[in-house]
Design a protein around this ligand. Structure first.
Ligand code: 5GP
Length: 232
């Protein structure tokens, strides 16, 4: 603990605490400064595909102050996707073995493929006080909320597409799915959108900049939640 006696109008920015909490005493008034401790926050982002989630994630990852959790999937890689960066691409057998060994914090079948979040990586980071971001569907988000080991650390956000027509347009423009796959994704999107009320935050997708600003504002607010902070 660092204690400092000083006169009024001491410029706080000049108080060097080297990351330690400090007590500043001004005219007998004690003011706490310095850093608080907290566990990592488990940010969960869900959105129907085509809602702008990938664009938002890419923008956030340009200047990351969190760790992005790389999921496992049995879906084949799309052009340009890198194993270990976008996903850990697994065979059905590999996925099943890991699921059987309870390596997944949550898992779900989405668009006829399997997806799962690796438990150990996420929990280790959270314990270290590092914030983690999961990009998972609504089934996975429900499993995370129901898991007592992480439920208190969750800040979940639903990115709502502006409308189904716009969603269809964005998916067609992306050009990575066949018309049949687009139809599956639109049907799934409509089903997923029913779950928006389960999330603490709902962001209506606008421009890339608006989505980034909205998400960053949520991150800032969650990091300032009093109940998350400990003063050692
Ligand atoms: P895509 O195949 O387009 O990358 O992802 C399809 C859907 O799977 C997206 O809604 C994405 O959020 C979801 N997803 C990706 N990784 C996971 C995961 O680890 N768990 C769950 N439950 N969903 C995931």
């Amino acid at each position: 603990m660092f204690v400092c006696q000083h006169k009024r109008n001491f410029p706080f920015s000049q108080l060097r605490t080297e990351g330690l909490p400090a007590i500043l005493v001004i005219n007998s008034t004690i003011i706490l400064t310095g850093s608080f401790k907290r566990s990592g926050i488990l940010f969960v982002l869900s959105a129907p595909s085509g809602a702008g989630k990938t664009t938002l994630l890419r923008a956030l990852l340009q200047n990351p102050d969190f760790v992005y959790s790389v999921s496992c999937t049995t879906r084949p890689p799309r052009a340009g996707e890198v194993d270990g960066e976008d996903y850990h691409f697994l065979s059905e057998e590999e996925f099943e073995t890991r699921a059987h060994a309870r390596e997944f914090l949550e898992l779900a079948d989405v668009h006829n493929h399997r997806y799962g979040t690796l438990r150990a990586t996420v929990l280790d980071r959270l314990r270290q006080g590092v914030d983690v971001l999961l990009d998972i569907d609504t089934q996975g988000a429900a499993m995370i909320r129901a898991d007592a080991s992480v439920a208190g650390l969750v800040a979940d956000v639903f990115l709502m597409p502006p409308g189904l027509e716009e969603l269809t347009r964005r998916l067609e423009q992306r050009g990575t799915e066949t018309p049949a796959q687009i139809a599956t994704r639109i049907a799934n999107a409509a089903a997923e959108m029913h779950h928006w009320r389960d999330y603490r935050y709902t962001l209506i997708s606008g421009s890339r900049e608006e989505d980034v600003e909205g998400f960053r504002a949520i991150m800032r607010a969650e990091r300032a939640l009093t109940r998350r902070l400990e003063f050692p």
